[in-house]
Design a protein around this ligand. Structure first.
Ligand SMILES: Cc1cc2nc3c(=O)[nH]c(=O)nc-3n(C[C@H](O)[C@H](O)[C@H](O)COP(=O)(O)O)c2cc1C
Length: 174
């Protein structure tokens, strides 16, 4: 799909009929891997819940409204390795510190949700989740920061388009 159209038709979807087949999921994750990262450190990590058991564990770590929104979807828990992006030999390169790992993961997540849309699948990024429960359930190492759960699947419910601020409110040109 043409890029501009892709960015406009990608919306947060809160109702799914099915998840994403395994092979397509692999392609989507490979596209997410193409995102730029600090010194190409590639600290984003993906924990993909496909089996009913894994899905149940991830769902249990989310509040009821996110469980409802993501029913039937494939769930991807995204994390990043701390102390790598934005660091040299364990010392932060500047004041942002681990913010760079989060920045890089955001880029990967953007690629991921657009790659899904490009293949006819929708998404919902969910930041409201219990990180400790997810860490335990999926054996996520302590050096990784658990960020979000991303639901991926075929839309069942049409999304409500959300407005964007005027460009003048968010950008200044010099
Ligand atoms: C970091 C992040 C966390 C979010 N967490 C949630 C969430 O927990 N539950 C939810 O329903 N939507 C969540 N959203 C979706 C936003 O509400 C949504 O992206 C925003 O309203 C704009 O709508 P759009 O994605 O359809 O353009 C999150 C989005 C981002 C980027």
């Amino acid at each position: 799909m043409e890029f501009q159209a892709l960015t406009v038709c990608r919306r947060s979807v809160r109702g799914y009929s099915e998840g994403v087949p395994h092979e397509i999921l692999r392609e989507i994750l490979k596209t997410a891997q193409q995102a730029p990262s600090w010194k190409n450190s590639q600290t984003a990590r993906y924990y993909v819940a496909e089996s009913p058991e894994a899905l149940e564990k991830v769902r249990a770590a989310m509040p009821g409204f996110n469980q409802k929104s993501s029913l039937n979807a494939t769930l991807v828990v995204v994390t990043y390795q701390q102390g790598v992006a934005g660091f040299t030999a364990g010392t932060p390169d500047n004041e942002i510190g681990n913010g760079w790992g989060a920045y890089d993961l955001g880029l990967c997540s953007a690629y991921l949700i657009l790659a899904a849309r490009d293949r006819g699948y929708d998404s919902l990024i969910m930041g409201l989740r219990d990180a400790d429960s997810l860490r335990k359930a999926l054996e996520i190492p302590e050096n990784e920061e658990v960020m979000a759960v991303i639901a991926l699947g075929k839309r069942e419910k049409e999304p409500t388009p959300r407005p964007r601020k005027e460009l003048e409110e968010v950008a200044r040109f010099f």
